[in-house]
Design a protein around this ligand. Sequence first.
Ligand code: 5GP
Length: 196
Amino acid sequence: MGTGPLIIVSGPSGSGKSTLIRRLLDAPAWPLRLSVSVTTRPPRPGEQDGIDYHFWSMADFEKHRDRGRFLEWAHVHGNYYGTLVDEVTPYREKGMGVLLDIDVQGAEKVRAKCTDAVSIFIRTSRFETLEQRLRERHTEAEEVIQRRLRNARAELARAGEYNYQVINDDLDAALANLRGIIGTLFAATEAAGEKQ
Ligand code: 5GP
């Protein structure tokens, strides 16, 4: 059994990244888990601690960061977000694939530390689609939407740093594309495990 694949998934707000990941995990064809990140932002309605995120105070975040418990962490949209080593390493060692839903800064840090990580960028073919999706969510104030749109432009400019780009104009097509990519990663992991 080889080490399970580490799969970074990034994409701007409104790219449909979370929906795609949820759909992928609803019917997993492989042993795959989503790393639960830590954030200092408040929960949105319906979000559960320990499931959607670990919702921590700034003080707790800084304490664990200083103890080296994060694989990566970043300042995103005015809050801290980070990936705990414990959410990733023990599972990969068991042969499970681990998905990281992280931003472009986090992706850069993980690539530097884990050279076997594979990165996928989710996007739409038109920028206007992102804005429309953000407004349809009705969960954020105008100021927050504007900040997310500015960040989206900055993230899109770095899409070329990723191994794969998946266009999510149509959810089913994007999901099939994503499944295809992940399937090849597991096939490669199994082949490497058999060789050993
Ligand atoms: P949201 O607040 O909408 O859930 O997430 C905002 C952004 O933070 C998304 O782009 C998401 O990918 C990113 N993010 C979530 N968790 C992490 C993390 O652990 N590390 C980093 N670097 N970014 C994260």
